[in-house]
Ligand binder design. Structure first.
Ligand code: ZN
Length: 275
């Protein structure tokens, strides 16, 4: 609230003897650097051999979303074991985390305990890698992914230890079925986009500057979106294509900006800051 508006509100309160109507809360979005991965062969990212033999550096992104006093962390990036240069990762790639999420929050003067909600696009370890750094937070994750986490079967790119605060430590889990309006006012909505994993979600964030869709791993980079490329590692080809179709329609109808989480060229796009 500006000084002028604050003064006007104070005058109104004095004259009318009642508080002014609350201003609608503004949502802000900030990208946090959750690492990079050099992928020497993108073969696993297309079940039709579209990217076989190609290599690429990809970004790993986490997002800090704030609405008034409420903070929501979306994805927790690479694990702390990747701190430092060039550790071996999935597919022989090299993964690097430069600074932990906790340290990045402290850099910004934010007490990590302020983050009481941690949402995950899915259970893979490049998206849930530092979840255990926030054991006090309520974990929001697709119910179908949480079932995989709680299971004992083999699962691709899953480190169950990151979920120990919620599977063994008594932490609160909010298992999300379908879509979920995170704050209950339509500004931040988890959109069910299964296919990469059974409980995968993308996130719609309605900023004052316009809506943004954080796609998660519905796509990994721009060319994959252009050719409707379905990764070999996905749990359902049919669900993936249906989810891609859904999000394309959402983006068209809302005139939303699409931010592909692993796309290096979208890193700046994903940091609009305070509108
Ligand atoms: Zn990923």
């Amino acid at each position: 609230m500006s000084v002028g508006r604050g003064l006007a509100a104070a005058l109104l309160m004095g004259l009318a003897g009642s508080a002014p109507a609350a201003e609608p809360a503004t949502v802000t979005l900030e990208r946090l650097d959750c690492g990079t991965v050099f992928v020497p062969d993108l073969d696993f990212l297309s079940d039709s051999f579209r990217f076989s033999g190609q290599s690429r550096m990809v970004a790993v992104s986490c997002y800090l979303i704030r609405e008034g006093a409420r903070w929501f962390l979306w994805d927790t990036g690479l694990p702390l074991s990747r701190l430092g240069a060039g550790k071996l990762s999935v597919g022989g790639g090299k993964a690097q985390l430069r600074r932990s999420l906790i340290d990045q929050l402290k850099d910004r003067g934010i007490d990590p305990h302020t983050i009481t909600l941690v949402g995950l696009s899915h259970d893979h370890s490049d998206h849930s890698g530092q979840a255990a750094s926030f054991p006090w937070a309520t974990l929001m994750i697709g119910a179908e992914d949480m079932a995989v986490v709680r299971g004992t079967g083999a699962a691709f790119n899953l480190d169950r230890a990151e979920f120990a605060p919620w599977t063994q430590g008594g932490g609160k889990v909010d298992e999300v079925t379908g879509d979920r309006d995170v704050f209950g006012d339509g500004k931040v909505i988890m959109l069910a986009t299964p296919g990469h994993t059974p409980g995968h979600h993308s996130l719609l964030v309605r900023l004052a500057s316009g809506p943004v869709i954080l796609t998660g791993d519905l796509w990994h980079f721009r060319e994959q979106r252009e050719v409707h490329g379905v990764p070999k590692i996905n749990t359902s080809r049919a669900e993936t294509l249906a989810s891609m179709d859904r999000i394309e329609q959402v983006a068209a109808n809302l005139h939303a900006r699409m931010v592909i989480g692993h796309e290096m060229r979208d890193v700046d796009e994903a940091a609009p800051g305070t509108p």
